[in-house]
Design a protein around this ligand. Structure first.
Ligand code: 7GP
Length: 824
């Protein structure tokens, strides 16, 4: 063994060597003997054994990254919703069977240990989960890349229900420690805030000196991001805020202990908790602090640690693309300008020239109110130099617009980065669009609507900047790991190449016509339902409707996603049964499963949760239904639960108002696991339907132009309420207090009033069409064999939705970076 030979863990494991290492970890890391070890000890020992194995690959990847100096994708995201790490790491390292066998030999049930892991909930929903899928694919595709984000001490809140109402509990996911992170306090970076600016002595023209009045340390925590069995382990670097010692000591020496502690708390609050918002921002100072905090640390880290010393920043565009995951990291733009001008002494034009070649921006919304704006008062107080730079960027930009559209002052006002009303504020999406060399939407329809509506002026001025990359999901986690039954069936039929080349699923097509294959597919679906039922039973008293249809709507609770439309359907069926309009025997046994968190301050969303739970309680308790209908709303839907629910689903509810859902990614996960979609012509549903075929998708509702036209012509929901007897009966049943013990106030009144008077997302207008589509679902489901055929075709035709394909599109259309084979 010469000195370059990696230590033992790098050699391939056998069951014996794995067991040896596991026991060693248990003894020397956890300090316990096997017979005294708790599940947590065993989990940590297992995690560390796996981590060891990956570590040598990680070091190798880091060494290569440094020596290759290849173009790198730096993915800047305020959220990474990672999900549990153990299983995925074992899978990537190809240690899953060895580990299972080794533990079995020791009398340990690996399933039990999985239950110990608390997932890092460092994201709200789609945007954060997408980032997690993307870093998985970047590693699997051998792309030199690094993810940058925030290590929130408290992740997205833990949802509980008390009397059917959402109550938020802190998510202290780190309470038992995490074996998946490695802290590097010695590499902490200073991040400054506040103060004022003044003319710089010397330096380039236009350079200013920033005299901040406080700062915090950003401590990096590194996470491994293993590629799927390719020897590459990329890095996710999450920053944690730490007060500086000097700062504390100074105050402490002045004799004010309490003040010293207060200052420390203030500083460390920056990475304390994730904002539980989704598509509705809150103008919070702390949030802006978080954004600058992680972005400043990440740029500094890249420029000083990833690049070699004295790297000529003129070459930066060949070395990096900083991908801005929505607008949360956009403050990176003035930060880079500040570094280049004030610290490196560049002149403005040169700095701007480079800055415009290194950032690209992904937009994740279509709701104008979800676009972030920062009041200049706040920005100027926290980041005075950055505000000056933004003003200058805007001055030059506005001149450019005036030159391109002489006399069109309205357009200038619309496009300006700085808005004047209602208060003077910076529009971060405009800044991102002006600075970015590319702007992309996340599904074909979304990108089209971005260019035609939300950012139309920009797309007219710079059509070449705008592009689409349809979202995707990682098949490793969301098929291979979460659906072992289906994975086995697929692999048996076509080999296991699909795991990294999902287009190969198309080879399953002929098998849709094979009765035996369909039977086995159904068998797997049933056993996935049993698994789901077991998990739900463990969490509470929720029961599924026998082996009936599992109809799932899981996503954040938001009016535009229209959980209320789903609720109207359920109530309508129930009302029909109660009133005798629908014979009970004709109703397909079905469990309606909801999973949804509401932002804590979003009153209407919370009322909707309350009402769903009330309806669920009533239906679940009604013995006259003979268990044919059930409503299951497990609290705290997260990645862990998604991995059990999605493989069990028959029907996927994707029912947002057309033109509102940017893409959706849950819709892709369901289709890939063989659920049929009932959905509007919205987001990526459009592409799903095109690929799986009209006959394997239940389309309903207005399309985007129809919805826009109805809105423009004046929408009157009461007209739909009055003219559709079923709709009226369902709404009246809710209003009567039938689900709320006679109570007609609270959530009941406000939701009834809102739907019949405003109904901003036109649920009532789409109700009839939705009901008709549900009738088609029932009819189709009655023929189980035909349904399975459609389900298999959904799997076979959804290969496009791999996040590997998304990443290839980004490489091709935006990043222009090249994969580097780690083993070559
Ligand atoms: C979501 C979109 O709502 C969803 O349609 C999309 O699939 C997902 O991003 C990934 O692209 N947006 C967010 O989660 C979000 O917070 C910020 O958007 C405005």
């Amino acid at each position: 063994m010469n000195e370059n030979t990696p230590p033992v863990a790098a050699r391939e494991h056998t069951v014996e060597s794995f067991t040896r290492e596991f026991l060693r970890e248990l003894n020397f890391s956890q300090g316990v003997d096997l017979d005294r070890a708790s599940d947590n000890d065993k989990y940590l020992a297992l995690a560390k054994t796996v981590r060891h194995y990956l570590m040598t690959r990680w070091l190798e990847t880091l060494r290569n990254q440094y020596t290759d100096q290849a173009k790198t994708v730096a993915y800047l995201s305020a959220e990474f919703l990672l999900g549990p790490q153990l299983e995925n790491s074992m899978l990537a390292a190809n240690l899953d069977s060895i580990a299972a066998e080794s533990l079995r030999g020791l009398g340990i049930d690996i399933e039990e240990l999985r239950g110990v892991e608390i997932e890092p909930g460092l994201g709200n929903g789609g945007l954060g989960r997408l980032a997690a899928c993307f870093i998985d694919s970047l590693a699997t595709l051998n792309v030199p890349s690094i993810g940058y984000g925030i290590r929130y001490e408290y992740g997205i809140f833990r949802q509980t229900f008390v009397d059917g109402k959402q109550v938020e509990k802190p998510d202290d996911w780190l309470r038992l420690g995490s074996p998946w992170e490695i802290a590097h306090p010695e590499n902490a970076v200073e991040v400054h805030f506040g103060g004022h600016t003044k003319k710089a002595h010397g330096g380039a023209e236009g350079a200013r000196a920033w005299l901040p009045d406080w700062h915090v340390m950003a401590v990096p925590y590194n996470y491994m991001v293993p590629g799927y069995r390719n020897g590459r382990v990329n890095t996710l670097r999450l920053w944690s805020a730490k007060a500086t010692r000097a700062f504390d000591l100074q105050i402490f020496n002045e004799g004010d202990y309490e003040e010293a502690v207060r200052a420390q708390t203030f500083a460390e609050n920056i990475s304390k908790v994730i904002y539980p918002e989704d598509s509705t921002p809150q103008g919070k100072e702390l949030r802006l602090q978080q954004q600058y905090f992680f972005v400043a640390a990440s740029l500094r880290d890249f420029l000083t640690n990833v690049l070699p010393p004295d790297y000529p920043l003129e070459n930066l565009p060949n070395r990096v693309t900083w991908q801005l995951n929505d607008t949360h990291p956009v403050i990176a733009v003035p930060e880079l300008m500040r570094i280049l001008i004030d610290e490196r002494g560049w002149d403005w034009d040169k700095a701007w020239g480079i800055t415009q070649q290194v950032f690209a921006y992904t937009c994740h919304t279509l709701l104008p109110e979800a676009l972030e704006v920062w009041p200049t008062d706040l920005l100027g107080k926290l980041l005075p130099r950055h505000l000056e730079i933004i003003y200058q960027i805007n001055d030059e930009f506005v001149d450019q617009v005036r030159a391109a559209y002489p006399g069109d002052e309205l357009r200038v006002r619309r496009m300006s980065i700085v808005a004047e009303h209602p208060v003077r504020a910076v529009r971060m999406a405009h800044l991102a669009t002006v600075a970015g060399f590319k702007v992309n939407g996340v599904a074909a329809l979304h990108s089209k609507l971005l260019a035609e509506k939300l950012l139309v002026d920009f797309a007219q001025m710079w059509p070449e900047k705008f592009t689409n990359v349809t979202n995707g999901i990682t098949p490793r986690r969301f098929v291979r790991l979460s659906n072992p039954g289906l994975s086995g069936l697929i692999t048996e039929a076509i080999g296991d190449g699909w795991i990294t080349d999902l287009d190969q699923l198309s080879r399953l097509e002929p098998l849709a016509d094979d009765a035996e294959f369909r039977r086995r597919f159904r068998e797997i679906k049933s056993s996935n339902k049993v698994r789901l039922a077991g998990v739900l039973a463990k969490r509470g008293d929720i029961e599924l409707a026998g082996d009936g249809m599992v109809d799932a709507m899981v996503k954040r609770l938001h009016e535009y996603k229209r959980q209320s439309l789903k609720l109207l359907h359920i109530v309508s069926v129930y009302e029909g049964i109660c009133s005798g309009r629908i014979p009970l025997d004709s109703v397909t046994p079905r469990t309606f499963v909801f999973g949804a968190k509401a932002a804590p301050g979003y009153v209407r969303a919370k009322e909707t949760i309350e009402l769903i739970n009330a309806v669920g309680r009533t239906i679940n308790a009604d013995a006259s239904l003979k268990g044919r209908l059930k409503v299951a709303f497990p609290a705290n839907y997260n990645v862990t639960l998604a991995e059990v629910l999605i493989p069990a689903a028959d029907l996927s509810e994707q029912i947002s108002l057309a033109g509102k859902e940017a893409s959706g990614t849950g819709n892709m996960k369901f289709a890939l696991n063989g659920a049929l979609t009932i959905g509007t012509d919205d987001g990526a549903n459009v592409e799903i339907r095109k690929l799986v075929g009209d006959e394997n998708f239940f389309l309903f509702g207005m399309d985007e132009p129809a919805a826009a036209a109805l809105q423009a012509s004046g929408y009157h929901p009461d007209e739909f309420y009055e003219s559709d007897a079923d709709l009226k009966a369902a709404l009246d049943m809710i209003a009567s207090g039938a689900f709320t013990g006679g109570d007609q106030g609270g959530a009941v009144t406000s939701i009834f009033a809102d739907l019949t008077e405003h109904d901003r997302f036109m649920a009532l207008a789409d109700f009839r069409s939705y009901l008709d589509a549900q009738a088609k679902v029932e009819a189709a489901y009655a023929d189980q064999d035909a349904w399975s055929r459609s389900a298999v075709l959904n799997v076979a035709r959804s290969g496009f939705f791999s996040s590997d394909r998304s990443i290839r599109d980004y490489l091709d259309r935006i990043w222009k970076a090249k994969p580097i084979d780690q083993n070559a």
